[in-house]
Design a protein. Structure first.
Length: 278
């Protein structure tokens, strides 16, 4: 799905490339286990499968949440991940959207929808892994502020807020991660003035994201890094990656119970430089 804006106040259109990998390390006192969790919008698991397998072989994550798999469930490459020692859960559809969780250990209590929100788009996958509730999200793009898709995004986020609050009441240890399609603050945007009036940065989207974090979640990247100019997505048409003109819209949120256990969160840009990143 295109991350762009037709709003005239925006200086230019932005076309998506594959975001890089966001990685979280945290230390569990139970069993004294170091755990590594990553999120990655792969923009087609069929095309990017070699990249994902290579990155996982090099980095050995415990859990990887991927978005935009663009694959029906029958075609998801289960055997490829099992061959390198991982289990998988997925919820997909043809051509668009799709989410998956890949784990070294068993995946339990899987959910793929928000109650009372009828939505055929496959954007949510929740599961429990080693006592931690993992919620993988591919938040709607929104297209443009004056579009129906923007209203759908706001409604989706409102329902997500309520559902996550319910989940948090059931699961004290919780990670919410994925492609949020929202840059939380201006320091997460390379040109805040140029993006003014566009999706990803509008006040209503940011307020919806803030309402979610106010439930009791923390942006783990900002636990360790307060600097501007750290991005997870760039415009490929305008040499965005080379010029570092991007947005930070891919996030890993940790619940209060896990905040103090987080030890590192960083953006791994290396896969962006590989052949056919998108």
């Amino acid at each position: 799905m295109k991350k762009n804006s037709t709003k005239k106040t925006c200086a230019c259109q932005f076309i998506p490339i594959q975001p890089v990998v966001i990685v979280l390390w945290f230390y569990l006192t139970l069993g004294r286990l170091n755990m590594k969790i990553a999120t990655w919008n792969v923009n087609s698991i069929k095309v990017r499968l070699p990249h994902v397998l290579e990155w996982m072989s090099l980095n050995q994550p415990d859990i990887v949440a991927i978005q935009e798999t663009k694959s029906i469930d029958e075609n998801f490459p289960v055997a490829d991940f099992e061959a390198i020692g991982y289990q998988v859960a997925f919820s997909g559809q043809k051509t668009y959207n799709g989410v998956a969780i890949i784990s070294k250990t068993s995946i339990e209590d899987i959910e793929t929808d928000m109650p009372d929100f009828d939505d055929p788009q496959r954007r949510i996958l929740a599961a429990t892994i080693q006592g931690i509730r993992i919620v993988n999200l591919y938040v709607p793009n929104g297209q443009a502020i004056d579009s129906d898709k923007y209203q759908y995004k706001l409604g989706w986020l409102d329902n997500m807020h309520d559902w996550l609050n319910t989940q948090l009441n059931k699961h004290e240890k919780m990670i919410v991660l994925g492609d949020f399609n929202i840059a939380p603050e201006d320091r997460d945007v390379h040109d805040p003035k140029g993006w003014e009036g566009s999706v990803h940065v509008s006040p209503k989207e940011r307020a919806a994201l803030q309402a979610i974090t106010d439930c009791g979640f923390h942006d783990t990247f900002r636990l360790f890094n307060q600097e501007a100019k750290h991005y997870s997505w760039w415009d490929y048409r305008m040499a965005g990656f080379r010029r570092d003109r991007g947005l930070r819209i891919d996030l890993i949120l940790a619940s209060d119970a896990l905040k103090s256990l987080c030890s590192e969160c960083y953006i791994d840009r290396e896969p962006r430089a590989w052949e056919r990143p998108s």
